[in-house]
Every structure is written in structure tokens, then in C-alpha cells.
Ligand binder design. Structure first.
Ligand code: HEM
Length: 402
């Protein structure tokens, strides 16, 4: 096996603080080493070039998700929570469940959320301009989705405060058993139980996204237990991803003020600006697959059962695919990025998160002339996600000297 090709072996730890603090130069090393590399520290394969990451995402028969999309192999280790019946599943189960959530999150359903999102975004924008000095991570990136998303799902006010701890648990779980993992998983049984209580039909409003999932159960498309699991998927995947994407976008706007000026001049590009931030920063940095049959990448044979790490963030800055990949350009054609995945598992909530991003950025563009960083933002270290714990900002209002 692999007798004729030498396998690039790298001694990198993609889950260490060092790596996570500055992942992008390490991604370049991975891309340059070859189409596929061996990360000896964890005994896993990894791909970082756009064409290879994309090919793996598209080939769900060779690279399966049902053995987990983290480093843990569900075939040999029992996961701490019942696996997702969409993200951590393969067809035919995933085909059925993806279809249900895609319908629940259809353009028609999203249209009905617009007014509530706009009202919240306007209030938030007015509030931060009034205050002048804020923590963008708390006062914008967390504040907005933490209000509008649970409302859209139809969660009661009571109990939703568990969601950040749950998101932290879910996304750290995909990594190795490092300190971050241990910390996030410390209260896993209690946190999971509290979240499952929110996924009962009796807990949710009759008109939100969760009610839509239970309607699919009424129509015979899934069991009651599966409906609860799909509501759980919305809660697992829908919040932290969007919070971090907004935080990343804010930091981009602060670091590239001329790009913010372009959004202010034409707020209709707010949605594309949000998508460009997702490309550049890749709030979801990585996901794993498990090799389900012998397969080759770049002439190197990957054995059945091996874990393969996809560096989505690396693909999104691969110079083979993008011109000026490290530049934030709010008018860039972003369509080919893999920040929302690709293929059958492509994010089912993409349009919802883009609606949130578009409306929030649009409201900010009408009021904020400039986001000024008053100190370096601090990263929120996570085994999967990239985002910020704190973004110290002075807000310069439109119409005032900047
Ligand atoms: C900017 C915010 C978001 C980002 C960057 C993001 C990213 C991703 C990525 C990369 C995947 C692919 C996973 C894979 O291939 O294994 C995915 C899948 C998924 N996302 Fe998102 N997501 C976001 C927002 C949301 C929202 C708001 C929801 C729910 C309302 C959501 C629900 C899901 C679900 C259920 C899946 C699994 C789909 C499947 O396996 O068929 N996501 N997301």
C-alpha cells in the first residue's frame, strides 16, 4: 500500500491553542504538502486543497458521516449523546431527515421571519450607537441570534439559556479528548437533558420551526422521537455557527473599513458581505468523515475505517481556487466556498443564517459609520468553530465625525 507514493506526514495539532490562534498559515503548509496528508499526532488523514475538500464532501458513499463527523469513531466508541439523525447519518435516513428540515426552513417559512428580525436588528443597532462603547461579541454577535433564533424555533423564554453551553459542548465534542473537550463535556448529561426538554412538542409554540418539524411527524414522515431529534439538530447547529459568523463579520468590518464603506454605500450587498466573511474566516473550520471503502486521493490509498479531516477553512483560502484569498472583498463571487459544506450534507440552515446576517448588517450599515477596535479581539477557542469571545469596539455613528 502506498509503495509508489510517499505520504506527506505532518506533526501539526489542529486542535492546539497555537494552531487555532493562527490557523491560516498552517493551512498553507497542509495544502503545500500534498492533496492528502497524514497527521501523525492523531493518526488521521487530512485534506486542505479546495478541489480535494470539495470532492470528499461530494462523495458521501466513500466518506461517510454515520461514524461521526468528529474524530470519535462511533463504530468503536459510544458517543456521549445519541447521534444526530441528519448530520451524523447517511442515506437513506439522512435523505429523509434532510428533506424534512429543508422544507421547515423553506423560503416561504423564512419570509415570515423577516419582520421580527428587522425589528430586533433596528433596536439593536439603535442601542449600540447610543452606547458608543461595546463588546461586539456580546452586544451584537451573541445578542442578535440569541434572541431571534430561539424565537423562530418557537422556544419558551425559560430554558433557552442552556443553548450556548449546549453549542459549546456539541462543537468541542468533534475534536480530540483535549482539555477543551473535557471542559465542554463536564455537564454533558444535564445539558443534554435540558435541551431535550426543549425539544418536546408541549414545550414549543404552535407556529415556529419546531412546530413545522412536528407537523412532519403528523404527516407520517418521521416518528415522534425523530421529530424531537430534528428539533435538537436545529438547536445544535443553528446558534453558535451564526453567532460566530456574525462575530467574524464584525472583526472583518473593523479591520477592513473601506469594505464597510462599500456596504454602507450599498446595503443591498450586506448578504454577500456576510457570505464573504464566512468564506474568509470559516466559522466552521473543520469536519471529519470516515473512509467506508478503500479509496485514493492524489494517488495515495486511504484504508477503510480511517478518519479524514476536512479543512473547510483551508479550502476557502486556497489560492488555487481564489484570487487574493486572504483579502476581505464584500463584492467577491463567493458561491464556491465550502463554509456551509457541499453535497448532500450542505447546511440546511444556510438561508436562515444569511437572512440573519443580511438583516443585521443592513441595520448596522444605516447607523454605523465605523467600527473601531479599541483592543485586539480575543478568540473563542473551540475544537471546531472559529469566533470571538470579546470584540472591544467604539461605534462611530453615521453623520458624526469619524
Ligand atoms: C453561518 C452559519 C452556519 C454555518 C457556517 C454552518 C455550517 C454548516 C456546515 C459546514 C455544514 C456541513 C456539515 C457536514 O458536511 O458534515 C452544516 C450542516 C448543517 N447545518 Fe449549518 N451552518 C450554519 C447555520 C445553520 C443554521 C442556522 C441551522 C439551523 C437552523 C443549521 C443547521 C444545519 C444542519 C441541520 C446541518 C446538517 C445537514 C445534513 O447533514 O444534511 N446550520 N452547517
Amino acid at each position: 500500500m502506498n509503495a509508489s507514493r510517499s505520504v506527506p506526514v505532518l506533526d501539526l495539532d489542529p486542535f492546539s491553542d497555537d494552531f487555532l490562534a493562527e490557523p491560516f498559515s498552517r493551512h498553507a503548509l497542509i495544502r503545500e504538502a500534498g492533496p492528502v496528508v497524514w497527521l501523525e499526532r492523531y493518526g488521521v488523514w487530512a485534506v486542505g486543497r479546495h478541489s480535494d475538500v470539495f470532492a470528499v464532501l461530494m462523495d458521501w458513499e466513500s466518506f461517510i458521516s454515520s461514524a461521526g463527523v468528529g474524530i470519535t469513531d462511533f463504530r468503536v466508541q459510544t458517543p456521549p449523546r445519541p447521534p444526530s439523525i441528519i448530520l451524523e447519518a447517511d442515506p437513506p435516513l439522512q435523505t429523509r431527515t434532510h428533506k424534512i428540515l429543508a422544507r421547515v426552513l423553506s423560503p416561504a417559512a423564512l419570509r415570515s421571519m423577516r419582520v421580527a428580525f428587522e425589528t430586533e436588528a433596528e433596536q439593536l443597532a439603535a442601542r449600540i450607537v447610543e452606547r458608543g462603547t461595546i463588546d461586539g461579541a456580546e452586544d451584537i454577535a451573541r445578542a442578535f441570534p440569541l434572541q431571534v433564533f430561539p424565537d423562530a424555533v418557537g422556544l419558551p423564554d425559560e430554558g433557552r439559556e442552556i443553548l450556548p453551553a449546549y453549542g459549546n459542548m456539541v462543537f468541542n465534542f468533534f475534536g480530540p479528548h483535549n482539555e477543551r473537550f473535557e471542559h465542554a463535556m463536564a455537564n454533558a448529561p444535564a445539558v443534554s437533558k435540558a435541551v431535550m426538554a426543549l425539544c418536546e412538542r408541549s414545550a414549543v409554540t404552535p407556529d415556529g420551526l419546531a412546530a413545522g418539524v412536528f407537523a412532519a411527524h403528523d404527516a407520517g414522515e418521521c416518528s415522534y422521537a425523530e421529530a424531537g431529534m430534528l428539533v435538537r439538530s436545529l438547536l445544535s447547529a443553528g446558534l453558535d455557527t451564526t453567532v460566530n459568523s456574525i462575530a467574524c463579520a464584525l472583526v472583518c468590518f473593523a479591520r477592513f473599513p473601506e469594505q464597510w464603506n462599500r456596504v454602507r454605500a450599498d446595503p443591498s450587498i450586506a448578504r454577500n458581505a456576510f457570505d464573504e466573511a464566512v468564506r474568509l474566516e470559516s466559522p466552521v473550520q473543520t469536519f471529519f468523515r470516515t473512509v467506508a471503502k478503500p479509496v485514493t486521493i492524489g494517488g495515495i490509498e486511504l484504508e477503510d475505517g480511517a478518519k479524514l479531516l476536512m479543512f473547510l477553512a483551508s479550502a476557502n483560502r486556497d489560492p488555487r481556487k481564489w484570487s487574493d484569498p486572504d483579502t476581505f472583498d464584500v463584492t467577491r463571487k463567493t458561491g464556491a466556498h465550502v463554509g456551509f459544506g457541499a453535497g448532500i450534507h450542505r447546511c440546511v440552515g444556510e438561508m436562515l443564517s444569511k437572512l440573519e446576517g443580511e438583516i443585521l448588517i443592513g441595520a448596522l450599515a444605516r447607523r454605523v459609520a465605523r467600527f473601531e477596535l479599541t483592543a485586539e479581539p480575543t478568540l473563542n477557542y473551540n475544537n471546531t468553530l472559529r469566533g470571538y469571545a470579546q470584540i472591544p469596539l467604539t461605534i462611530h455613528a453615521n453623520g458624526k465625525p469619524t
